[in-house]
Design a protein around this ligand. Structure first.
Ligand code: GDP
Length: 445
C-alpha cells in the first residue's frame, strides 16, 4: 500500500538533500512535486489542495527548526500534515457503559464487510472480549453461512437465523441479537448488515432502520480502498443515508496508491479506525495515523513491529532468549532455529522487514523474500543430530550429503547454511563485545 506515494515523496525529499537553505522558489517547486505525488496516489483534489497549501505555509514560515537541514524540515512538515490528514490521534473503539457494546457495519457489497466482521471479532477476542457476530444480511443467499464460517475461524459465536429460512427480518434479528448477547454474556455485538452493489434507497433505509432499532455505539463504514476516488462518493452517500462514526479501509494491500485513505477522513470528518490488508483474519489492525504517515515516508513502523513481537512471544520466552544471547553461552544452531521460528511466528518476513525504516527503497528485493526459504533452513537444522546442532564443526562431507538428503535440499544449501551460521556466530561475539555485555568474549567482566 502507498507505494506510489511513498516512492514519489522519497524522491522529492532526496532532491532537497543537497540544498543548504530553501528559497521560496525551492519551496514552490517542492510543493508542486508533492501535489503531483498526491494526485498520482489518487487523493481527492480538494484534499490535495488543502494539504499542499498547509505544507507551503509552514515551510515558508519561520517555525522551521535550525537543528534540521532543509530536507529534514520538509519531511517533518509533510509528516505532521500527513498525520493530520489521516486523522491526528488514533481513534479507539468506544465501549458502552452497559455492555454489550454494539458495533454496526455498513458498506457496499464486496467491500469486505463480512471478512472484516471476522477480523474485528478475532482482534477483540484477543483482547479478552467476548464478541458476538450477528448476521443481519439476509439478502445475499449465502451471507449467513459465510458469516458463520468466518465466526468459526475467528473462534467467536454467531447469531443468525437458521440457514434456508428464507428472507427473514434483519431488523428483528438485530434487535433480538442484543438480548441474546446479554443472556450469553457477550460484551460486544458486531452486526453485519446487507450490502448492495451500488447505493440505493432501500439499502440505506434498511441500514437506517437497523441503526434505529439497536442504537449502536459505533457505526463503522467499511470501504474498499481499491475503488479509489469512488470511495469518497460512497462515503458521502452513506454519511447522508445512515451516518457513521468511523471508517474501516479494506484491501489496502491491493492498492499501491492509497488515495482513499488520505481523502475519506478529510472529506467526511470521520476518523479511519481500522485497516484491512489481506484476506486472512490476521491481516487487520487498528489504524494509527502517525504510524501510517511514518510508513508512507519510509521511516518505518517500529511500534507496530514491537507490538507484534509482544503479541507473539511471551515475556519468559523472550527473556530466556535474550539471557542466552548475552550470558556468554555459545550461540548454537539450536538457538538459531529457535530464534528463526520465533520470528516466523510474527508473520510473513516480507511484512516484518517492510516495517523497518528505509526498506521502501528495497521493495524489489523484499518481494523476493520467500518464507519457504526459512522453512528450508529449519528443515536442514532439524535433519542434524543434537550434537551437530551444538557443534556444527563436526559436520563433515558425508554428513552434509546425508543431511541434504534428509531435508530435501542440495549439499550446497547445507554448506551455505553452516557457513552463514559461523558468520552469525562471529558477529554475535563481536556485537556482544562491542556492546560491552558482561560475560561475552570481549565484553565487560
Ligand atoms: P462483503 O460483501 O462486504 O461482506 O465482502 P466480503 O467480506 O465477502 O469480501 C469480498 C471479497 O474481498 C472476498 O473475496 C474477500 O476475501 C476479499 N477481501 C476482504 N478484505 C480484504 C482485504 O483486506 N484484502 C484483500 N486482498 N481482499 C479482501
Amino acid at each position: 500500500m502507498f507505494e506510489t506515494l511513498s516512492d514519489r515523496l522519497t524522491s522529492v525529499f532526496s532532491s532537497l538533500r543537497s540544498k543548504g537553505r530553501l528559497s521560496d522558489a525551492d519551496i514552490d517547486a517542492t510543493c508542486r512535486e508533492i501535489r503531483i505525488a498526491l494526485l498520482e496516489a489518487d487523493v481527492a483534489l480538494p484534499v490535495v489542495k488543502a494539504f499542499v497549501a498547509q505544507v507551503k505555509e509552514r515551510a515558508r514560515g519561520a517555525e522551521v527548526s535550525q537543528a534540521l537541514n532543509p530536507a529534514q524540515q520538509v519531511v517533518k512538515i509533510v509528516n505532521d500534515e500527513l498525520i493530520e490528514i489521516l486523522g491526528g490521534e488514533t481513534r479507539r473503539l468506544r465501549h458502552a457503559k452497559n455492555p454489550p457494546t454494539v458495533i454496526m457495519l455498513a458498506g457496499l457489497q464486496g467491500a469486505g464487510k463480512t471478512t472484516l466482521a471476522g477480523k474485528l471479532a478475532r482482534w477483540l477476542r484477543e483482547q479478552n472480549h467476548a464478541p458476538l457476530l450477528v448476521a443481519a444480511d439476509l439478502q445475499r443467499p449465502n451471507a449467513v453461512q459465510q458469516l458463520s464460517v468466518v465466526a468459526e475461524r475467528a473462534g467467536v459465536a454467531v447469531y443468525a437465523p437458521e440457514p434456508g429460512n428464507g428472507v427473514g427480518d434483519p431488523i428483528a434479528v438485530a434487535r433480538q441479537s442484543i438480548d441474546h448477547a446479554r443472556r450469553q454474556q457477550h460484551d460486544i455485538v458486531i452486526i453485519d448488515t446487507a450490502g448492495r452493489l451500488g447505493i440505493d434507497q432501500e439499502l440505506m433505509k434498511q441500514a437506517a432502520d437497523i441503526r434505529d432499532a439497536v442504537s449502536p455505539d459505533e457505526v463503522l463504514f467499511v470501504v474498499d480502498a481499491m475503488i479509489g476516488q469512488d470511495a469518497v462518493s460512497t462515503a458521502q452517500a452513506f454519511m447522508d443515508g445512515v451516518g457513521f462514526d468511523g471508517v474501516v479501509l479494506t484491501k489496502l494491500d491491493g492498492d499501491a496508491r492509497g488515495g482513499a485513505a488520505l481523502s475519506v477522513r478529510h472529506l467526511t470528518g470521520k476518523p479511519i479506525m481500522f485497516a484491512s490488508t489481506g484476506e486472512k483474519l490476521e491481516d487487520f489492525d487498528a489504524f494509527h495515523p502517525d504510524r501510517m504517515a511514518s510508513r508512507i515516508l519510509d521511516m518505518g513502523d517500529i511500534l507496530t513491529l514491537i507490538e507484534q513481537a509482544q503479541k507473539t512471544f511471551d515475556e519468559a520466552e523472550a527473556t530466556k532468549m535474550a539471557g542466552k544471547l548475552t550470558s556468554g553461552e555459545a550461540f548454537t544452531l539450536e538457538d538459531f532455529l529457535e530464534q528463526m521460528m520465533m520470528v516466523r511466528r510474527m508473520g510473513p518476513i516480507k511484512n516484518l522487514l517492510g516495517m523497518m525504516p528505509g526498506m521502501g527503497q528495497m521493495r524489489e528485493q523484499l518481494n523476493q523474500v520467500d518464507d519457504r526459504d526459512l522453512d528450508r533452513i529449519a528443515a536442514i537444522i532439524r535433519s542434524m543430530t543434537p550434537a551437530e546442532r551444538q557443534n556444527p564443526k563436526m559436520i563433515d562431507g558425508s554428513r552434509r550429503a546425508r543431511i541434504a538428503k534428509g531435508s530435501g535440499v542440495t549439499v550446497t544449501e547445507v554448506s551455505g547454511l553452516v557457513t552463514r551460521f559461523f558468520d552469525a556466530q562471529k558477529m554475535m561475539k563481536r556485537m556482544a563485545g562491542g556492546l560491552g555485555i558482561p560475560g561475552m568474549p570481549g565484553g565487560r567482566k
